[in-house]
Ligand binder design. Structure first.
Ligand SMILES: C[S@@+](CC[C@H](N)C(=O)[O-])C[C@H]1O[C@@H](n2cnc3c(N)ncnc32)[C@H](O)[C@@H]1O
Length: 255
């Protein structure tokens, strides 16, 4: 099991608010050179072109299944490339490095943000949104199960730990990277879901991909089935209020 655009898009409406809050932190003008890292299905990437008519927008993602959806949206000024966030390099300086719900998949944020700051032209902006809900009970339950038999062995010891830092750590590292006017906000988006099963369904399209892609299809299904009763015990409310914490970052290279 890998990234599945249909599974991911089940919760598209819930992801709308952080996108709108993030773009509100940007300064938009026509004709910007834009990079969207971890662009997924490209739907939000296309909206960046709408915000900057005449822009050159490039969406980059490592997943062929997500890019297959994205490529259907390509038009003049909007293109998609396969690449890894860790290694992708722009051909020329950029006016905006954008990333929505993707950088939390990459480790070593001090090095990553310093690299991304280096992509910017004078006056260029960095706009990033990342889930930072690792304090929620659900990732802890996943980590616990992943370390128990037989999963510890089947996952070869893999346990996903969030690389996302504190808001003050980001402000400091953006300053060190030579960016000005850093705005770093931790905010909670509350989602009323039917029950704990819906939390699992949500995470099947995101966090749990890191586990299921390391397992056979049959083991992936068994792993998810073993999680469900744990989720139900820990999150018994119906409906369940899913308090989802995200970190929003905006900063600019001096002009
Ligand atoms: C949660 S989706 C976000 C997609 C889109 N930005 C959005 O907000 O709808 C995360 C995306 O990051 C991509 N991704 C994860 N790790 C990556 C990496 N190391 N390099 C490139 N893309 C990566 C995945 O393939 C997936 O499409």
């Amino acid at each position: 099991m890998a990234w599945d655009p249909s599974q991911y898009e089940k919760f598209r409406r819930e992801r709308e608010a952080p996108f709108l809050d993030l773009v509100a932190l940007g300064a938009w003008r026509n004709g910007m050179r834009v990079l969207d890292l971890g662009c997924g299905t490209g739907e939000l990437t296309a909206r960046l072109l709408d915000l900057s008519p005449g822009a050159e927008v490039t969406g980059v993602d490592s997943s062929e299944s997500m890019l297959a959806r994205a490529r259907a949206l390509a038009r003049p000024g909007l293109r998609f490339e396969q690449g890894r966030i860790e290694t992708w390099e722009p051909r020329s300086p950029l006016d905006l490095v954008f990333s929505h719900a993707a950088l939390h998949w990459v480790d070593d944020h001090p090095a990553l943000f310093a690299r991304l700051a280096g992509f910017l032209a004078r006056g260029g902006q960095l706009l990033v949104q990342m889930p930072s809900n690792h304090g929620h009970v659900s990732p802890r339950l996943v980590q616990e199960l992943a370390q128990e038999p037989p999963w510890g062995e089947r996952l070869a010891g893999f346990v996903r730990r969030s690389p996302v830092l504190t808001v003050d750590a980001y402000a400091e590292l953006l300053h060190r990277a030579g960016l000005e006017l850093p705005v770093v906000i931790a905010t909670v988006y509350g989602h009323v879901l039917a029950d704990a099963g819906a939390v699992l369904e949500w995470q099947k399209g995101t966090l749990l991909v890191a586990y299921t892609e390391r397992l056979s299809e049959e083991d992936g299904r068994a792993f998810l089935a073993a999680l469900l009763p744990r989720f139900e015990r820990a999150m018994p409310d119906r409906p369940y209020y899913y308090a989802f914490r995200r970190t929003l970052i905006a900063a600019r290279k001096p002009s």
